[in-house]
Design a protein around this ligand. Structure first.
Ligand code: ADP
Ligand code: ZN
Ligand code: ZN
Length: 803
């Protein structure tokens, strides 16, 4: 008797194990590992993943699987293993890890349909009978007719039919309106005769359909006849014409929209970098490379030609880029080289579109996937390379269950597939660079920009001096002059503000002094409610000062201005300037991001003002000035990585100026322009920054010298949450080694979210081999409270957000 090992979709720790189910006779040979099934669980029927098939079980009297949800596995054996590894290393539930690897469609409600894709003649008779001449039909028709799944499976394997998942709800298929005559041509003619001479547009439309009595896309019709919906309305209301909606195949990227590109002749630097990668591909050897190349050094071309090699050897490639950089410009570079051999996965696609792209991978129709973080789970079976561009981006770490880092998953998969991993960046994380220096990763460097171009000059402006000179605006005199110069020359400016009206620190505008925690070297966070400053690593706090402790000026205050306010004051100063603002508010709508960028690219604006989202991937030759308005707002985040993030962002932003023939210039405004991260970023000196920052990390006992783990509890009742976190700290102190430091407990920087109070503690350690075990025990200890008392306990190994 065959028995399936199933992980059930019940997200609790008691059910976080496999359950055995009998495979009933009618599903014998149908059920396979990696498929989802419906199983009885208590009084309910629920979904589960088959992760193995065996012929014996420790339990007798097994229940039987009720039904299968898929007829082909949705997860490969390797991905099932990966799921277990993720569950083990991030301490998430096994079911969450498996779910995370599937496209969203498979998590939503959907109906199954059989589509005939091959020769009708070759269909099994019974399926042909059910199809009754239809091109596709509900899967239920097959089950109702009593056709065994094995027959359907066989036909699927032979390629005559395929199973499609049709999501319920409005966004499944794209539908576009068509207009068609609703009456025969002679009736149209009568209608035409009956129309008054004044109804010119109606006459025009009717005569069009007399001439071409067939449906046409509404948009095309209106364009062709140069008319509007309003003139169609009476004809539709009368019943002369009808509007029908037709489904179009969801293809977000038109294949022929991209001109094909050929591989470029590599420069010496590129050759030196790519040779070891090629070697590793050909020898099928797992190796992790760090491709450290300044912006514009041609990293993408190295990626493209590495992939080329992989394709030629009949293997597959995954390219990860940060969500925010997954712009049409980026996608185009891969599509232009590899055409329809590329699938694209990112969140701007609808669920249905994403599923279509995923299925191309599953059905081996493509060899390359370009996508954001979750594309790391692309179900390729023969990987030849995984590339992670901008490896320092924090978005590669998923912030809720499961808390995996795409880089770790990539390296894990690279080991399974014996293939190289390429991490690319102009500003690698300290962790990665340190590993490369130690030889854990292979370091490949590209130090020159293409075509001898140099990085733009960076001018640092001391905003304290601006204040002393009587300039109270957010724009230094120098930046303001330069913007005006650009406008006069018809060149463009990009202005960058770290984030939207949200910051937490307190700074003296006179001398640049920022209040920091005496124990953690982290900027203190201002709490408006009780007017106090708090440290979110340890529990230190102090009163909000009324005068600067350093220079006694009374200009010490909470720091922060939003993009909208800046836009207003800029417009006041430069009434004739055409400004595009890009922040979360103006880009909420689907496609808004691209629209605004296209507008800017078409030179319909002089200034692009925006947050983080404009820092990457932007490539406009006419941009010759980049201004960073408040470099400080990044520098003083309550985060030990704030200097690193400042360096990365300034480098990134500077790379936006002078991309083409015109030389670029960068202006960085700050109240502490002498800070090493600002100074070294302005000199593009990564190496010096690395050395200096490593010293700081060592002193502060931060990564990469120490590891961190963040434990957060949350509960609607604040006292209860505080009580739990105190006990957690006591427990950890008992269980962990002497040298390990536990900071806190303390309220989280975001102390309350959705009416839940959040408290945290941070574990700093160098060597703690039992940490995972201790954490598992911690979960067990609070199992009951988590289950029944609405307590949430989260553990984040190597956290990126300290919030
Ligand atoms: P990076 O990814 O390192 O920022 P890019 O790949 O964007 O750099 O390269 C910068 C520019 O140089 C691009 O316009 C690219 O087409 C061009 N380029 C790259 N490699 C070559 C080459 N070998 N010969 C000529 N141009 C190149
Ligand atoms: Zn502190
Ligand atoms: Zn001061």
């Amino acid at each position: 008797m065959d028995i399936a090992r199933v992980i059930v979709d019940v997200p609790t720790s008691q059910t976080n194990r496999t359950f055995d189910y009998k495979i009933p006779p009618h599903l014998e040979g149908v059920v396979d590992t990696g498929m989802r099934v419906i199983v009885p669980f208590g009084p309910r029927k629920i979904m589960g993943f088959v992760i193995g098939i065996t012929d014996e079980s420790k339990h007798d009297r097994l229940k039987a699987i009720g039904d299968v949800m898929d007829l082909t596995p949705v997860l490969t054996g390797e991905l099932l293993e990966l799921g277990r590894w993720i569950a083990d290393t991030t301490l998430c539930l096994h079911i969450s890890a498996l779910q995370a690897m599937l496209p969203q469609v498979l998590k939503a409600k959907y109906e199954k349909e059989i589509h005939i894709i091959g020769d009708r003649e070759q269909l099994p008779d019974r399926i042909q009978l059910v199809s009754n001449g239809r091109g596709y039909f509900p899967f239920d028709d097959v089950t109702e007719a009593g056709i065994p799944y094995s027959v359907v499976q066989k036909a699927m394997k032979e390629g005559t039919i395929e199973l499609r998942y049709k999501v319920k709800g409005k966004e499944t298929l794209k539908k576009i309106p068509y207009i068609a005559p609703a009456v025969p041509v002679d009736t149209l003619y009568e209608e035409y005769e009956g129309l008054s001479k004044q109804a010119k547009k109606q006459r025009l439309i009717t005569s069009y359909f007399i001439e071409y009595p067939t449906e046409i896309e509404e948009k095309k019709l209106l364009e062709e006849l140069n008319t509007t919906k309003a003139s169609l309305k009476p004809l539709i209301d009368k019943g002369t014409l009808s509007r029908v909606y037709k489904e179009v195949y969801r293809s977000p990227y038109e294949e022929d929209a991209f001109e094909r590109t050929e591989p470029l002749t590599l420069t010496e630097e590129q050759k030196d970098a790519i040779t070891p990668i090629w070697r590793s591909v050909t020898e099928k050897r797992h190796e992790t490379f760090l491709l450290h190349g300044v912006t514009g050094s041609g990293k993408t071309e190295v990626y493209l030609q590495s992939i080329q090699q992989v394709i030629e050897e009949g293997r597959e490639a995954i390219v990860l880029v940060p969500e925010i950089a997954l712009t049409p410009q980026t996608v185009e570079r891969f599509k232009s080289r590899f055409g329809s051999n590329v699938a694209v996965l990112h969140s701007a696609l609808s669920k249905g579109e994403k599923f279509d792209e995923w299925r191309k991978v599953q059905r081996k129709e493509v060899q390359v996937v370009v996508g954001a973080r979750s594309a790391i789970f692309a179900p390729f079976q023969n990987l030849g390379i995984i590339i992670i561009d901008e490896e320092h981006e924090t978005s590669y770490k998923q912030e809720d269950h499961p808390r995996y880092h795409a880089r770790d998953v990539a390296i894990y998969r690279g080991e399974q597939h014996d293939c190289p991993i390429v991490l690319g960046s102009a500003t690698p994380t300290l962790e990665t660079y340190a590993r490369a220096k130690k030889g854990v990763y292979t370091l490949l460097s590209m130090t020159k920009r293409m075509n001898e171009a140099s990085m733009p000059e960076v001018e640092r402006i001391d905003m304290r001096e601006e204040l002393h000179a009587g300039n109270r605006s957010m724009f230094s005199r120098s930046l303001f002059d330069k913007i005006q110069e650009r406008m006069a020359k018809g060149e463009q400016t990009v202005l960058f503000l770290n984030r939207r009206g949200y910051s937490t620190f307190v700074m003296c505008r006179d001398c640049g002094h920022v209040s920091e925690c005496p124990h953690c070297d982290i900027a203190l966070t201002y709490h408006r409610k009780n007017d106090r400053l708090k440290c979110h690593y340890c529990s230190y706090e102090e009163a909000m000062p009324t005068v600067c402790p350093s220079c006694e000026s009374d200009t010490i205050r909470y720091f922060g201005t939003g993009t909208q306010k800046i836009e207003e004051s800029l417009q006041q100063l430069l009434p004739e300037a055409r400004i595009i603002r890009m922040d979360v508010d103006t880009t909420r709508q689907k496609g808004a991001h691209e629209r605004l960028l296209t507008k800017f690219g078409n030179k319909e604006a002089d200034i692009l003002l925006g947050t983080q989202m404009i820092a990457k991937g932007l490539d406009f030759g006419n941009v010759t000035l980049v201004g960073v308005l408040a470099a400080d707002s990044l520098l003083h985040l309550p985060d030990f990585r704030s200097s690193e993030k400042t360096f990365q962002l300034l480098t990134q932003v500077s790379g936006r100026a002078g991309r083409d023939k015109l030389p670029g210039e960068v202006v960085v405004q700050s109240y502490t322009p002498e800070h090493y991260s600002i100074e070294m970023a302005s000199q593009y000196d990564y190496e010096s920054f690395y050395l200096k920052e490593m010293k700081m990390r060592k002193l502060g006992q931060y990564p990469p010298y120490y590891f961190l783990t963040l434990v957060t509890v949350s509960h609607p009742n604040q006292l209860y949450a505080m009580d739990v976190i105190r006990k957690v700290v006591t427990f950890l102190q008992e269980q962990l080694s002497e040298e390990t430091v536990i900071l806190g407990p303390t309220p989280s920087p975001l102390a309350r979210i959705k009416d839940r109070y959040r408290h945290q503690c941070m574990i700093k350690y160098r060597n703690e081999p039992n940490l995972t075990k201790v954490m598992k025990r911690l979960f067990q200890l609070y199992e009951d409270e988590i289950q029944n008392k609405d307590l949430q306990l989260t553990i984040d190994f190597q956290p990126y957000h300290m919030m």
